[in-house]
Design a binder for this molecule. Structure first.
Ligand code: NAG
Ligand code: NAG
Length: 517
């Protein structure tokens, strides 16, 4: 009993003494895709809940006030261009399309966000912040605020590492086994895949420099003044990157201490499903398929032949299908299909009758499927969706359906493979256990490291010396060159010395013979 009371006392003391200082934190999330905001929102709400005062610049202000959470709204500053693009045009995610899309979006973000009144007010304010949080994505023009407020700053990464992200941390990025963000393969590559991977790596870094960083720099100088240092220099002072990945599903990669994997940070606690969805899933005696292409693209822009292929394939299956569909009706909908404009996705995936997730392969949705142990059929469209799906294929819990080859037959074949071969479900459950098994939750991990950076004044002790090396030093090309020269020199020297010795020996023998005669 005394043990119990002393334990209780200890817990009470811990609760009171662990009360943290309240920091003033500014978050800048200028990207308009909801799926990116979901991660930042979860982190900022978690920090507000800890008693920090957070100010969040975003396109998604809260519907209801959240204590300690202040919105700086970007609503009305820009439109989501991808939303208006027919699916056919984004469904062919080759590397040029990806880079061009990110580059034009970067310029648009810098121009429209930095000139927007609420942001202009912030540029002119005399506020002080203990920490700045932003997203490492397609532009660094928000880092002008880091210079202005002279505060330590951290980044979140909502997808697998951006191709230009490693350099600023000196993080290993060996293309022999680390698949590129836009790569159509997993971490186990054939010779030609390694070749493609290596070319992508350097090529996309150059494209970033010329098409994204240089224009961002020009625009940022206009709004923050000519004394603004190069954005790439500021970016190299990032104290921490909270990355939305996990080695169980995104495959093991090396990370310096500045990069912390917090994949699944946004996962909410289970909530009851809306009554009609619950009933539809409860009564699906052959199981159910959940179909969503995410929050960025609109499924109702799908070409009619592809839409009909899905409907015909679904009508041939005994399973029920829930389809996230943004229009009010869908022509020719079979009775086993239910459409909804919005769904509590993770709670749908947690329903035990959901057998397959038909997805575009975005990281948020696929994390929710991995967390719930649901195997997938992936239709990658753009961005990191290819590399995500290829990782899941190599872990044995997904198959891929090419967007361009969508037909009734290919859809049925992909779905039946995952539905009928029990290995897909078994692998999904196995990876799910590995994904959910953590010492502390991803949100608490992220909060700990965020506070750590403020407590330690930007935590410069986390920085790897690799950041300060030039590329040829990092790759040991100078050392290799010296060693190679040494080998060449030694070989040449050995050759000549040996030659001289032999010649001398021969001459000796010759003169000996002459003498003997
Ligand atoms: C922030 O939250 C803490 C804890 O809930 C509360 O005591 C404090 O008054 C809040 N601060 C502001 C500025 O709302
Ligand atoms: C980066 O951080 C160092 C150390 O705090 C500082 O001296 C330097 O000015 C910073 N660089 C930029 C470009 O802000």
């Amino acid at each position: 009993m005394t043990k119990f009371w002393s334990c209780l006392l200890f817990v009470i003391i811990l609760l009171f003494t662990s009360k943290v200082a309240s920091y003033k934190i500014l978050a800048l999330f200028p990207h308009i895709a909801k799926s990116h905001f979901v991660m930042g929102e979860a982190l900022m709400k978690g920090l507000a809940d800890r008693g920090h005062q957070v100010f969040v610049v975003s396109h998604f202000p809260q519907d209801y006030p959240v204590p300690n959470y202040t919105d700086i709204s970007l609503v009305g500053s820009m439109r989501n261009a991808v939303e208006d693009t027919p699916l056919e045009n984004v469904g062919n995610g080759d590397i040029m399309m990806n880079v061009n899309m990110l580059a034009s979006l970067a310029v648009e973000i810098c121009e429209k966000i930095l000139s927007f009144p609420s942001v202009q007010k912030l540029i002119k304010s005399e506020d002080k912040f203990d920490l700045i949080i932003t997203e490492l994505f397609n532009t660094d023009c928000m880092l002008g605020f880091v210079h202005k407020f002279n505060a330590p700053f951290i980044a979140i990464g909502t997808s697998v590492m951006m191709p230009w992200g490693n350099i600023r941390f000196g993080n290993p990025e060996n293309p022999s086994y680390i698949p590129h963000h836009f790569a159509p393969h997993s971490d186990r590559m054939s010779f030609s895949e390694r070749l493609v991977n290596a070319v992508y790596q350097k090529g996309v870094q150059w494209a970033y420099h010329f098409l994204m960083d240089m224009p961002s720099q020009r625009i940022a100088r206009r709004y923050f003044g000519d004394s603004l240092p190069p954005l790439a220099e500021i970016a190299r002072n990032t104290s921490l990157l909270l990355l939305n990945t996990h080695f169980s599903m995104n495959q093991p990669r090396p990370f310096v201490p500045q990069i912390v994997e917090v994949g699944g940070l946004h996962l909410p606690l289970p909530e009851p499903l809306p009554e009609d969805i619950k009933e539809f899933l409860d009564n699906s005696e052959h199981g159910a398929i959940y179909f969503s292409l995410g929050s960025i693209v609109k499924t109702d822009t799908l070409a009619a032949d592809k839409r009909d292929a899905f409907l015909q394939a679904f009508s041939d299956l005994p399973q029920r299908v829930i389809w996230k569909w943004e229009a009010d009706t869908i022509p020719g909908k079979p009775p086993n299909v239910k459409v909804a404009k919005w769904l509590p996705q993770v709670d749908v995936l947690r329903h035990p009758n959901v057998k397959v997730f038909l997805t575009h392969g975005g990281l948020m949705g696929t994390i929710e499927a991995v967390h719930s142990g649901v195997p997938m059929v992936g239709i990658p469209l753009f961005g990191d969706q290819e590399v995500n799906i290829h990782s899941y294929i190599s872990e044995g819990f997904a198959v891929k359906l090419h967007f361009d080859s969508i037909s009734k037959e290919s859809i049925l074949q992909a779905l039946r493979t995952v539905l009928h071969d029990p290995r897909y479900r078994e692998n999904a459950v196995r990876i799910s256990r590995a994904f959910n098994d953590r010492p502390i939750s991803p949100l608490d991990t992220a909060i700990f490291w965020t506070e750590y950076v403020v407590r330690h004044g930007g935590a410069p002790h986390l920085r790897s010396a690799a950041r300060d090396l030039s590329w040829y030093q990092y790759l040991l090309l100078d050392v290799s060159a010296v060693l190679l020269l040494a080998v060449i020199f030694t070989s040449i020297a050995t050759f000549f010395v040996t030659k001289t010795i032999i010649r001398f020996a021969l001459q000796c023998r010759l003169s000996q013979k002459k003498k003997n005669h």
